[in-house]
Every structure is written in C-alpha cells, then in structure tokens.
Design a protein around this ligand. Structure first.
Ligand code: ADP
Ligand code: MG
Length: 611
C-alpha cells in the first residue's frame, strides 16, 4: 500500500477521536466493515483537511481508508477492506439544484428512496487465467464496463489469450442501485419531485427500502449517455454513496421557530379557532362546510394506538368523495396536497409501473435486475395521499389497498423480492360514478366500481351531487368569477390609480379567496399539533360515541346497507374526536368534540344511505 498525502493526518485523527470505534470494528471485522465519522469532528481536528474532503473526495477518501486499514491494532487482525464513512456532511444540496459545479464533490442529498434494485455481486478485481501458460492476470474493474486483459502479463508468454475468468480468485462486492426522490414536504406548490440515481456498495447495499427517508452522502459522478447514434454530449448524474443516514422523524423538516410557536399557541387560544381552521381550507371553493370540516380533521388526524398485544390501530383518517363530475372534487384534493405538511397527489389511472402501492419491476435502473418501486401511498408515508379517479384503479391496486389502508403497510412478494413497506398515510380519495352521473337510488358501491370491503375502510364517505338549484348556483357562479379575478387584481393593486380599479373592488374580490389563516402558518400549526398533542377521551365523550354507535348498529340491523356499520365506525369516531381536540391543541377530547364528530359522521352516513 503506497502512502497517500493525507494518510498520516487521518491516522492521527482516527486514533485521537475514534479509537473506541476502531477497537470495536477490529473485534467485529469482517461482519462490520466500516466506522462512521462525524464530519464536524474532522472539521475541529483540521479545517483544511475537512475542506479538501468536500472538494476532492476522490483523493481524500482513499487516504482515510488507507489510514484506517494501516492502523496498528492491539490484536492480531488485518482489516484490509475496512472503510471510513462520513456522516453529517454540511454540503446539503437539494436534488433540483444539483449542477455541473457539484461534480466530483462530496455532497449530501436528502429525500425518500423511490426505487431499490436487488442486491447483486459486482466484480471489482477480475482474475484472468491465460489458457496457454496458466498465468493469472488481475484487472481492476471500472464503473461502466467490464475490462478484459489485452495480453498475458507473463513476460515469457505475452499472448492475447484466450483467458478464462477465475471466479474464486476475483474479488466481488455487494452492489445495489437506488433512486432517491425529493420528499413531499420539500416540494412547494405541487411541483414534480426530481430523482437521482445512487450506487450503494459493500455494507451499504441492502440496508434501505423504498419509502425510507434518508440523507445520502456521496461523491457526485456523471456517466455519458449513449444513444443509437453513439455517444451523446449529455451526461447523467449518479451519486456514489459514502454513507446513508436515516431521517425518519415525523415533520422534522418543518422548522418551527420559537416565534412560530408563540404564534401557534396564541392562535390556539382563539375561541373561534375551529371555524378559522375550516375557513382556511380551499377558500376558492364555495360551500361544502361539512366537507371542509372533515378535511380539517383529516389534516390533524387521530392518534395511532399501540395495543398491549402488539397490534396497532391507525390514527390516520381516510376520506372518500364520490360524485358527479364538475363538483370540485379534484380541486379540493389538489388544495389539500398543497396545504398538508406532506402531501402526494396521484391518479388511480396513472401509468406509473408502481401503481399506487408498490411493485417489482424490471427497468433501466436495474439493468435487467428486479427493482422494487414505491408508489404514491408509500411516498406519502406520514402524510396525506390524495388519489383522484379511484374508480379507475387497477385490480392489483384495489387489492393492495386493503392492507395499505388498515395495516398501513404494503407487502410485495414477487420475483425473489420480499418486502414490507410502510404507508402510514391518510388517504383522500375521489371517485366518479360509472355512468357519468350519480344515481341517488342505486347503491354507491356498484356505481363507483369499488368492493364494499374497501369502501368500509374509509372513515367518511361524502356524496357530492350536482343538483341544479337556482339560489346555490348563482352563489357558486359569483364566487367562481370573483376568485378568478382575485389573483389578477392583487397584481394590479400596486398601481391602483392607473388601473382604474377601486380599492373596494379589490378588497371584495380578495376576501373570497383569502384563507383565514395563512397557509404557511397553517402547515406549521398542523405539524405542531401532530407532534405535541395526544388527546385522551373524557368519559362523557366516550359514552356519547358508544351510544351513537349502538344506535347506528340497531338501524343497520336486517338491512343490507351499502356500507355496513361495523366496529370500524367506532374507531373512526374516536379518531375524529381526537382530531377535533387537536385543532385547539387540547390533550382532552371532550363531549363537545364527540358531538361534532357524530354530527358530521351522521350527515355522511345519511347521504350514503344508512338511514
Ligand atoms: P371534479 O373533479 O369533481 O369533476 P373539478 O375539481 O375538476 O371537478 O372542478 C371543476 C371546476 O368547477 C373547477 O374549476 C372548480 O373550481 C369549479 N367548481 C365546482 N364547484 C365549485 C364550487 N362549489 N366553488 C368553486 N368552484 C367550483
Ligand atoms: Mg376530477
């Protein structure tokens, strides 16, 4: 091993800061093959070296590895392929801001794993045996192409083969390709998430799953694209991972400052907070008070419960809109995706190979290997998945949804890939009736092409009908027209005298579409509530819910209602009451919360036909 420029420095650093980790590694090697070094330690030790590491990782990283491998150990052991992995790299670059200047630098990319291939061996050092003289020539392999010897290394031979690859004298490592995609919470205004391919090798292969939230620290490299005409001037980016960190905490990306917290608490003390929140939901959509109330409860969500027997009951509230076309179903879904701290939008008829849940596919990323790809319900983990046109879902998705909605996991067993992915999200679905318009005298299950077992997993189903009604239609029409001009008027506001638009007219238009609470604050308010508030139900509230449920059961007796009343409804009631308490940041779900809940659930059930 030749001594590199920074080997000695790293040996001093590692011995001084990481001696315990090294002893541990020596003990566990080769089951453990790397130590994890906090970048800030290196920065304290030697600022210049730390900077070099960020700018020229291809020169510096091998020195760190060399240093580790050549340290004198108190026990007799050689750790000749041990690695130093650096974590907490300050060079955090959002996926969409990666540019050519970042090439060959050590960068940290944050996001969610969207795809992961199977782990397969990759040859890094190939041993070729000359079939004429038996001499073995070793060829280190490159990233892109399998390299074979030109001629035999043996001076007395030197012929051009033929050669035979000696598998047991070659060196293989585990390799996996990943694709990391921007997390929904980092996307504003419904932009499309961008993704980046990642190479994970050796002990980094096989440790993450699609849906995991991670920071991947690595060296950004580029591969030249090839087209049918030959080499292209365009390059694709690939991150060569040095380390992977998990960031799997709820809402941690949303920074809530002490000033924000003050504002949140003040807001929660407003006696009218419940209605303020409702009024902040999709203000450009007229009416739908019940729906908006339900949507706010869904945002806040109930509390997930872990039962003593090890099972878990979800806290997320699933909702479905069924109804005529043109009643603003899609519009509300899109609004919620933007408002929720973590929202993912997808359509039931989407062409994506992963569908809504997850799938094992063979695509470019895997180069012929099987790849596990996460769909919308996995990417929305710990957030809201808005699924439009649910009636057009594939039958695979329909059957996978049962598990996704109740257990909040998605299992994939196909082509040697066995995995269980997390989908702890609230589902907000919309479905159109099969025959264009909704027929209120026929059951909804038949009309939207969804099995009753799936329907019963929704906590609330709203039927939205488009019935002509002169008074209502006028109001909606006026509201729509006003909201259409609100954006433009506010633009013109800057030069009102010139535009000839009066201040009164501007205010009148703005009033219709301005949410009561600013969406940025609202998002933080929701995140705060979900992070800190875990309501428990008062006795009176509990009794009220139980009585309501028993009455429902009695009503449903002997009838075959389209959506059977089961114990699920009771769980739904509990979740909604908890969410209602969370709205005012209270840890107690009161009788008042329970009453609000039963009122809204009753109005839902009446529409669906349990009456
Ligand atoms: P759907 O998905 O139910 O078929 P859309 O969400 O595409 O309907 O809505 C069609 C259009 O009608 C949208 O531009 C929407 O804003 C408008 N619209 C329908 N109902 C309302 C309403 N109550 N208030 C405001 N706009 C409405
Ligand atoms: Mg629609």
């Amino acid at each position: 091993m030749t001594e590199g420029k920074w080997d000695e420095k790293f040996r001093t650093f590692l011995k001084k800061y990481y001696w315990d980790s090294i002893l541990q590694l020596a003990n566990d090697y080769p089951d453990q093959r790397s130590i994890y070094v906090d970048f800030s330690d290196l920065e304290i030790f030697d600022r210049e070296l730390a900077d070099e590491l960020l700018l020229r990782p291809d020169e510096v990283l091998p020195c760190a590895d060399n240093a580790l491998q050549s340290i004198d150990l108190p026990i007799e052991k050689s750790m000749d392929s041990a690695k130093v992995r650096f974590v907490r790299i300050p060079n955090k670059v959002p996926n969409r801001d990666l540019r050519s200047k970042h090439l060959l630098q050590l960068v940290a990319i944050e996001g969610m794993i969207r795809k992961a291939t199977e782990v397969r061996p990759k040859i890094v050092d190939a041993a070729f045996k000359c079939m004429r003289c038996e001499h073995v020539t070793k060829i280190p392999q490159t990233e892109l192409k399998f390299v074979e010897p030109l001629e035999c290394e043996n001076d007395t031979c030197g012929r051009k083969g033929p050669f035979k690859l000696e598998i047991n004298e070659s060196v293989f490592i585990d390799a996996q390709k990943l694709q990391v995609q921007e997390s929904p919470e980092n996307l504003r205004g419904g932009t499309q998430p961008q993704s980046l391919d990642v190479d994970a090798e050796d002990d980094l292969a096989g440790i993450v799953k699609p849906g995991d939230r991670v920071v991947i620290n690595g060296v950004l490299r580029s591969h030249q694209r090839t087209t049918r005409e030959g080499k292209s001037p365009f390059y694709d980016l690939v991150l060569h991972a040095n380390s992977i960190e998990y960031t799997d905490q709820e809402f941690d990306e949303l920074d809530i400052s002490p000033e924000d917290e003050e504002q949140i608490i003040a807001l929660s003390r407003n006696p009218d907070i419940y209605h303020k929140i409702i009024k902040s939901i999709a203000p450009s959509i007229y009416g739908y008070e019940d729906v908006k109330e339900a949507l706010s409860l869904q945002l806040f969500s109930g509390v997930a419960k872990h039962l003593p027997d090890g099972s878990r009951v979800r806290g997320d509230i699933h909702m479905l809109f069924v109804g005529d076309p043109g009643v603003a179903k899609s519009q509300m879904l899109r609004y919620m995706v933007k408002l929720a701290p973590r929202g993912v939008f997808a359509s039931g008829k989407s062409a994506s190979s992963s569908g809504l849940t997850a799938a094992a596919v063979k695509d470019d990323l895997g180069d012929g290997r099987w790849t596990l790809e996460a769909g919308a319900l996995v990417m929305a983990d710990m957030g809201i998945a808005a699924i439009d046109e649910m009636d057009k879902m594939s039958s695979e998705d329909k059957s996978a949804l049962h598990e996704a909605m109740e257990q909040q996991t998605i299992s994939v067993a196909k082509a040697g890939i066995l995995a269980t992915l997390k989908s702890r999200c609230a589902l907000l679905g919309a479905a159109n009736p099969k025959y264009g318009r909704f027929d209120r005298y026929e059951g909804i299950a038949q009309q939207i092409n969804m099995p009753p077992a799936l329907m019963s997993r929704f906590d609330m189903i709203f039927v939205l009908l488009d019935t002509p009604n002169e008074e209502m239609d006028t109001k909606i029409a006026k509201h729509i027209l006003k909201s259409h001009y609100a954006g433009e008027l506010s633009e013109q506001r800057k030069n009102i005298p010139a535009s000839g638009v009066s201040q009164e007219l501007v205010d009148e238009h703005m009033e219709v579409v301005k949410p009561d609470i600013d969406p940025e604050l609202m998002r933080k308010y929701v995140a705060y509530a979900r992070r800190h508030i875990y309501p428990i139900m008062e006795d009176a509230a509990r009794e009220h819910l139980v009585k309501f449920y028993m009455d429902l059961r009695k009503m449903g007796e002997g009838k075959d209602s389209p959506v059977p009343v089961t114990a699920r409804q009771l769980e739904a009631l509990v979740r909604l009451a908890e969410a209602s308490a969370r709205v005012r940041l209270s840890n107690v779900a009161t009788l008042d919360d329970a009453r609000k809940t039963t009122r809204i659930v009753y109005s839902c059930l009446k529409q669906v036909g349990v009456d």
